[in-house]
Structure formats: C-alpha cells, structure tokens
Design a protein around this ligand. Structure first.
Ligand code: GLV
Ligand code: GLV
Length: 323
C-alpha cells in the first residue's frame, strides 16, 4: 500500500526526481513558489505519512493533528528548525530530517558578503552612482570600516560560525572572540577566544550572530546588547530574525549608538516595505538568501528528499535531527 507524501511548495528538481522514483509513495505537491495558505496546508496534510516542508511553514500541534496518526517523518529544507514544534513532534514519535553541513559554505560566504557590503557601504555607493550623487572623488565620502587589524566577535561558533571565522581570518582580523553556551575545541583552528558576551560586545568591531533561535537566544540582541557595543561597530545577523529586537536595533542605528547593521533575516519575513529599518542608510537588508546558490539549493533538495524516504522506510536518515 502506498505512503502519502506531501510537499508544501516547489523545491529544486533534484529532490522532486528522487521522490517521483519512490515506487511505494504517492507524492502530492503544493505546486507553487508562493506559500501555501494555512487552511490549505491543514487540509492537504491530512493522511500524510511524510511531510517535506520549508522554513516558512510553521509545523505545530494543529498541523500534526490535521495530518493524523499516519505521519511518521517530517523533512525540512533547512538547517534551522525553529519553525517545528519539536516537543509536539517528539511526543508523537515522528522523526525529523534537516539539511546541515551542505549549506554551511554558501551561508558563510553570504555572511562575509553582507559584512563587507555593510562595512564598506556598497549598496549606498551603488545608489549614489545611479542617482547622480557621485560628483567627485571626495576624501571622506562613503568611508566605512575595514577588517584588517580588527576584532571580530562571533555569537554561536557552530558549523556556520566556524566557516565564517575561517573565511574572515585571512582579511587580517587581529582577534577573534566568540561566545555561546560552551567553549569549542575547534575554535583553536581560528585562534578563537571564548569570552563572556559582555566582553565580546565591548571589544568587537564586527559582531556576527550565527546562533540558532532558541528560548535563550530569542530577543538576545536588545537595547542593553546594543548599548554595550562600540559606536563604530558593525552588527551582522544571518541566523534568525527573532534573535534581534528590531525596535531596539532601529533605535541603536538611528541614534548612532552603533555604526551599521547587515541582516539576512528579519521578523517578519518578508519585511513590510514600509518598515522603519528600510529608511536607514546604515542598515543593509537581504531577503534570507544565505543558502541561495544553485548548487547548494539543489543539494539541499536532494538531501531533504533522501531524508524523507529513509524516514518512511524506517532506515537511517542521511541527516536526522536527534530529538
Ligand atoms: C536557512 O535559514 C536555513 O535554516 O536553512
Ligand atoms: C584611489 O583610487 C587612489 O588612487 O587612492
């Protein structure tokens, strides 16, 4: 008898081809690049044995109840899993697959790009060329901050945090600080020094948030956090928007408490086009594209499909989230 698989949105062809080759599966797809409406999700998930979802779908008790007792495996096309109600999933004995490792390099690269774009004011410069603001070579015009000789602070030195640190060191970073729950032995490779958050905030010229979103990190970057940073420091977040209190960030950026911010993640996503942060020249915002290279998204799609099929057949998943 066939097992029902529901895919909540179009995913790269690599993964769909793998799913379509499963002879024991009946695959159905929300065939759109737009998010599935919640009511539609609740209907379509009914009777599913396997669910392949994106990070934009909140999978909570309501969805799990709507799916019913068949549901054995959830596979998310992401490394982050804050959109999944893990306690509810665990209670029901459902297995979870995700996509760590394969997106580490792409996300670290994007973080470096965003850091340089923010620190060297690249979007502002591009805009000035287009709008006629470029009238002569002026000695202090569009000056920013460089990495050479700087202190970089990484909050959350996990897989991606390490990959960012490795890439930044060759720019001439003098000191690499990191904070988090525990000291990491692998930090030795980048000469990272484990320090209390307060020290990281007061000493760093660049602060990069690369931790996962948990109850402990939700709203971590708030008024008190920004007030401990140097006035010349740059804040970068490529993890999850909810780690930041955006009102406090707006205040810190508009009052000159900190120099600039680069964000690849916001709350909500998408950020409404009339959001106050978008009025600030010293805030560079990207639409959550950390892992967005063709090859990475293809590999993520493949991995998510293989996780799902392994979960359905009760064998070891290539990348299972241990609950
Ligand atoms: C991206 O944010 C991911 O979690 O994969
Ligand atoms: C800049 O273009 C310089 O020549 O200093």
């Amino acid at each position: 008898k066939l097992m029902n698989v529901f895919v909540t949105r179009r995913i790269p062809g690599e993964g769909m081809r793998i799913l379509s080759q499963c002879e024991t599966c009946k695959v159905s797809l929300w065939d759109s690049d737009e998010p599935i409406p919640r009511s539609e999700l609740l209907q379509r998930v009914s009777g599913a044995h396997g669910l392949l979802c994106l990070l934009s779908e909140r999978i909570d008790a309501e969805v799990l109840d709507a799916a019913g007792p068949n549901l054995k495996v959830i596979s998310t096309l992401s490394v982050g899993f804050d959109h999944l109600a893990i306690d509810e999933i665990k209670k029901r004995g459902i297995r979870v697959g995700y996509t760590p490792d394969v997106l580490t390099d792409a996300t670290a690269e994007l973080t470096v790009a965003l850091l340089l774009a923010t620190a060297r004011r690249i979007p502002e410069g591009v805009e000035e060329v287009k709008n006629g603001g470029w009238r002569s070579w002026k000695s202090l015009w569009l000056c920013g901050y460089g990495l050479s000789g700087s202190t970089v602070g990484v909050i959350g030195l996990g897989r991606i945090g390490m990959a960012i640190a490795r890439r930044l060191k060759p720019f001439g970073v003098e000191k690499l600080l990191y904070s988090g729950r525990t000291a990491k032995p692998q930090a030795a490779e980048v000469e990272g020094e484990f320090v209390p958050l307060d020290r990281l905030l007061s000493e760093s010229d660049f602060i990069i948030v690369s931790c996962s979103l948990t109850p402990e990190t939700q709203g971590l970057c708030n008024k008190a956090f920004f007030s401990k940073m140097k006035k010349t420091a740059i804040f970068i977040n490529t993890s999850r928007g909810a780690v930041v209190n955006q009102e406090d960030l707006y205040e810190a950026l508009s009052s000159g408490q900190i120099a600039a911010a680069g964000l690849d993640v916001t709350t909500p996503e998408p950020l409404p086009t009339d959001h106050p942060l978008l009025t600030l020249k010293n805030c560079v915002i990207l639409p959550h594209i950390g892992s967005a290279t063709y090859s990475t998204r293809g590999i993520m799609s493949e991995l998510a499909a293989n996780n799902l099929l392994a979960g359905l057949s009760g064998t070891g998943m290539p990348k299972e989230l241990i609950l």
